[in-house]
Design a protein around this ligand. Structure first.
Ligand code: AHM
Ligand code: MG
Length: 342
């Protein structure tokens, strides 16, 4: 009889750390605290239908959207899981306008943590999968309590990135630049267990495209032609793609990592930079996807090379199987050469 070795996320993080004798352990501690936050958030997400926690709090966040109770809860859980640890100089959350400072009474550390506490929150009431996204950066300023500049760094400089998807099971997926690894929460023992070691986006990958096609009327000609091509409605594509769009970036990207495909949130006439935030959503996903062998761009350049200028800046995104992102580029770049309104 063979016994399968069970690798908890804790053990995996420790094993990874051993590969880097120079490591202080701080990064590993950040991942451990993120796993703990994920378990607490998962517990609340899973019982959301049972208690009166659903529904808007009745105020808007800085993007003018209704904040749901679970968003606030998740935001507070992550902040409280880290504020006292001495691991971070500061944090920045998609739900807050500026950086979130570490309270004076606690020590600080050399990393900055950016997070989107509960992405896809408009799906909560419909029991559709939602997620947490996080990005870890190394402090650059001299200020021990961090500055905005410590958070506004290009994606290529991320030290670690990951997400948690609260779906039919809860999974945490992370990379520190040494493979992309996925863990599934076993609720009976309260541990994340290694279920998807060294994730690579399948090549060529499933022919799936994922985009909010309701925006078609506002898209550029190149973007429209791309989607018509993917459907087999225009050009020489005799193997039309399927379409899948959950409307929760974490879930759509999780599927894309596992099956392959092309996820897009392009700019359009109403929102020239699209909807998704470069620092909180695009960059962490881009780091994961690149390390899994895929590609992530804004339609012109690799997302990870963009020099950000503000905490909440938006970016168009084309992400997934490298060949499909390259294909999208052929249409979108062609469009850049066209006269406006063509
Ligand atoms: P959120 O951060 O307010 O939840 O918005 C981000 C979400 C993404 O998860 C998803 O990809 C996108 O919004 C869906 O937007 P749309 O409804 O415009 O298709
Ligand atoms: Mg979000």
């Amino acid at each position: 009889m063979t016994s399968r070795s069970v690798v908890t996320v804790e053990r995996h993080i420790t094993d990874q750390e051993r590969l880097h004798p120079e490591a202080t352990g701080a990064l590993s501690d950040i991942l451990r605290h993120m796993a703990l936050s994920a378990k607490i958030i998962a517990r609340e997400v899973n019982k959301a239908g049972l208690v009166d926690i659903l529904g808007a709090v009745g105020r808007e966040n800085i993007h003018g959207e209704q904040v749901k109770k679970l968003d606030e809860f998740a935001d507070d859980v992550i902040f409280a899981a880290f504020d006292h640890t001495g691991l971070l100089c500061c944090m920045a959350s998609e739900e807050s306008e500026g950086i979130r400072e570490i309270p004076e009474r606690f020590p600080t550390g050399k990393y900055a943590l950016l997070y989107d506490p509960l992405d896809g929150s408009s799906n909560i009431d419909a029991n559709v999968s939602i997620g947490t996204i996080f990005s870890v950066l190394l402090k650059r300023s001299d200020n021990p309590r961090g500055t905005e500049a410590d958070c506004i760094q290009k994606g290529r400089d991320q030290i670690a990135a990951g997400y948690v998807v609260y779906g039919s099971s809860t999974m945490m997926v992370y990379t520190t630049g040494n493979g992309v690894h996925g863990f599934t929460l076993d609720p009976s023992i309260g541990e994340f267990l290694l279920s998807h070691p060294d994730i690579k986006i399948p090549t060529p990958g499933k022919r799936i495209y994922s985009v909010n096609e309701g925006n078609y009327g506002r898209w550029s000609p190149g973007q429209r032609r791309l989607v018509r091509y993917l459907k087999g409605a225009d050009g020489d594509n005799d193997k039309p793609f399927s379409t899948r769009y959950i409307g929760s970036m974490v879930s759509d990207l999780h599927r894309t990592l596992l099956y392959g495909g092309l996820f897009m949130y392009p700019g359009d006439a109403k929102a020239p930079k699209g909807k998704l935030r470069l620092l909180y959503e695009c960059n962490p996903m881009a780091m994961l996807v690149e390390h899994a062998g895929g590609r992530a761009t804004d339609g012109k350049r690799d997302l990870l090379d963009i020099e950000p200028t503000s905490l909440h800046q938006l970016s168009p995104i084309y992400i997934g199987t490298k060949d499909y992102v390259d294909l999208a580029h052929r249409f979108v770049e062609e469009e850049a050469a066209e006269p406006v309104g063509a």
